[in-house]
Design a protein around this ligand. Structure first.
Ligand SMILES: [Mg+2]
Length: 358
């Protein structure tokens, strides 16, 4: 048996390139907790964009639980971690920490077998569509137009998303449509800023600009509100980014048109696949939330994947931190099949400038 060795976690805090805000939150830095899982002289990588408390959970609870287990039996390690945090509470920080360890273990297993992770999982598709995501409410209209127009017209992405939920929503949506032309799908994300009836009225006002995706129009905790909006508006209503377990996704799948899953929060790759199965049983597709470099391989293995979110903030960090970073071509992301695992190596010299704990 090849046993899992040491599990370590490091915390990096990276200032944003400009102030960022959505409909309900504003920030000027982003924190990543990165996990390394070792076995047989190799190291697997996983991470979550969660606070330093995630690293404490890895150090105190998850690492000691998983070390010594068989490196090939990732579902067993996952089950042991879920069991270990029963009293700590799985949803939130502990669930994000589990996700980082679980994904690191899959990367490690693929490296031990010297295959790309998508080959280990088995590919359903050869490439995955991405959509450009940014358009923060803190941007000027000129900045908004430049970013979304760049993705649509320069990079050939077929779909782009802006944040809404503060003021000037319709004006900003119109500006975005003008910047991207008629042939690009336009998405909006309110991050739970509205009541259900406010969201329905706003959707009607945005119809002139052909909005196709209305993410989190109301709080993700308000499933009745999500269903009300979903049944009343033209765009697809979507949510799911905060989900940490299958019960969450079972409830959410009954309230949306497309289920969002975040592999760095949901519990990792096994839970991603099971949540995608719940969606498939409702004839729904799934979309990966943020963190595109860590979503690529599991998305390739998911028959009902719609797309991944090319989130400006995380794309910037992942391009700074990793050799093997994959960039989309004409809006499509493909793996480098010459590299094992998720195909990424941390550039420590670059990442360590932002190390705050590790
Ligand atoms: Mg969102």
């Amino acid at each position: 048996m090849t046993a899992v060795g040491e599990i370590t976690a490091a915390v990096y805090t990276v200032p944003t390139d400009r102030p960022e805000a959505d409909g309900t939150l504003a920030w000027t830095e982003t924190t990543m907790t990165l996990v390394r899982a070792r076995a047989g002289g190799l190291t697997g990588l996983g991470w979550t964009y969660g606070p330093a408390a995630c690293a404490a959970i890895v150090r105190d609870l998850l690492g000691p639980t998983v070390s010594g287990m068989c490196a090939f039996d990732v579902p067993a390690a996952f089950g042991a971690m879920v069991h270990r945090v029963r009293n700590a509470g799985r949803a939130g920080v502990a669930g994000y920490a589990i996700s980082a360890v679980e994904t690191a273990l899959w990367d490690l297993k693929a490296r031990l077998l010297d295959v790309p992770l998508c080959r280990l999982l088995g590919q359903a598709v050869q490439a995955v569509q991405v959509y450009g995501s940014g358009g923060f409410t803190s941007y000027t209209e000129a900045e908004l137009a430049e970013q979304l127009g760049g993705w649509a017209l320069d990079d050939g992405m077929g779909r782009v998303k802006l944040k809404i939920g503060r003021d000037r929503d319709v004006r900003r949506v119109r500006r975005a449509r003008e910047a991207i032309g008629a042939d690009t799908e336009l998405f909006v994300d309110a991050n739970g800023a509205y009541t259900a009836k406010e969201a329905v009225r706003l959707a009607a006002a945005m119809d002139e600009w052909d909005v196709r995706w209305f993410e989190e129009p109301v709080s993700s905790d308000d499933l009745a509100g999500l269903r009300l909006v979903r049944d009343a508006v033209r765009p697809d209503v979507t949510a799911g980014e905060y989900g940490c377990d299958l019960y969450y996704f079972r409830r959410m799948a009954g309230a949306v048109d497309c289920l969002q899953i975040d592999v760095t929060r949901c519990g990792g790759i096994l839970e991603w696949q099971r949540a995608a199965g719940l969606a498939a049983a409702r004839n729904l597709q799934v979309s990966g939330h943020c963190t595109p470099q860590l979503h690529l391989h599991v998305a390739l293995a998911t028959p009902n994947v719609r797309h991944l979110e090319w989130f400006h903030d995380h794309v910037r960090i992942e391009s700074m931190f990793f050799d093997g970073f994959r960039a989309p071509v004409e809006g499509m992301l493909t793996p480098d099949l010459s590299r094992p695992g998720i195909g990424l190596e941390l550039r420590s010299a670059d990442a360590d400038r932002y190390l705050t704990r590790g």
